[in-house]
Design a protein around this ligand. Structure first.
Ligand code: ZN
Length: 281
């Protein structure tokens, strides 16, 4: 099953179009995409039998599949090659921070750059579909509603300002957390633990890896995070980025107004976010 947030309304994605969930369910489910995760099992069962009119979706109207999570977890240094390029030790426990929800935006939204040190980080994003507290890795996938594509855009100046790094603030300017275009249930994917992940600027490939290269795969992240914080339906986890970010290049490279950042995960889809000057905010 694939769902999307079309201008604030939950739709089932069928043949590239959207089936409006509130209309097709006669109000059994409301239009708000965020609220559906509370009734995820019931929703999945209904969606298998849903019928109705499929309307075209305009990419620019798509918003985050989970737009108002109560908690957002983001993981740093979760790919060996990225830890190496950052000249940091491989972590023994997931390096965890948050991206504040006011930074969320859609898969084709324009992002206004607040500075000239904004970097890209394509990431696989998981959305929680059932409360998870002290869950073992072996049971963790049962608590995942679906997967989508994300960007963990990062102002490296704010993130790394001394004396101690400020990951959460440096990664939370408005527009710094695009997700989408669709949320895909794991059963739709040939191998939910091994997906091709890449991003490109104006067609030039910047990052390319596979999610099987994560140091802490999604089930382990859920085990380790849920040992501390209960995960709630609709919560969002950014699972970390592979190597190829701009700040560690020689010379350094950052996003510029006018550039289009394309973020892609095999079997899920692609986002295209255009960068614009900060003055437009
Ligand atoms: Zn990241």
């Amino acid at each position: 099953m694939r769902i999307a947030n079309d201008a604030g309304r939950l739709v089932l994605v069928r043949d590239g179009g959207g089936l409006d969930v509130e209309k097709a369910s006669d109000g059994l489910f409301g239009p708000d995409p965020q609220s559906v995760y509370e009734r995820w099992g019931e929703f999945r069962a209904w969606a298998g039998t849903a019928e109705g009119e499929v309307a075209p979706i305009a990419p620019e109207t798509l918003q985050a599949p989970a737009p108002r999570p109560r908690q957002v977890f983001a993981i740093g240094l979760n790919y060996r090659a990225h830890a190496e390029e950052s000249q940091l030790d491989e972590p023994e426990f997931p390096t965890t921070f948050t991206k504040f929800p006011t930074s969320f935006t859609g898969a084709f939204a324009t992002v206004h750059l607040p500075s000239d040190t904004v970097d890209w980080e394509v990431e696989l994003v998981a959305v929680i579909g059932a409360r998870a507290h002290e869950v073992a890795a072996a049971d963790a996938w049962d608590h995942v509603a679906g997967l989508t594509v994300g960007q963990d855009l990062s102002d490296r100046t704010v993130q790394l300002r001394p004396p101690v790094p400020q990951f959460s603030l440096g990664k939370s300017f408005p527009g710094f957390s695009p997700t989408g275009p669709e949320l895909v249930t794991p059963d739709e994917l040939p191998d939910r633990d091994d997906l091709e992940i890449s991003c490109a600027i104006d067609g030039e490939l910047m990052q390319q890896s596979r999610t099987s290269h994560m140091i802490f795969p999604i089930p382990v992240l859920i085990e380790k995070i849920s040992a501390i914080c209960p995960l709630l339906p609709g919560d969002v986890i950014f699972t970390g980025t592979p190597s190829g970010v701009g700040a560690v290049r020689e010379p350094k490279r950052f996003l510029r107004p006018g550039e289009v950042l394309e973020s892609r995960i095999g079997g899920i889809g692609a986002m295209r976010n255009r960068m614009a000057p900060g003055a437009g905010r």
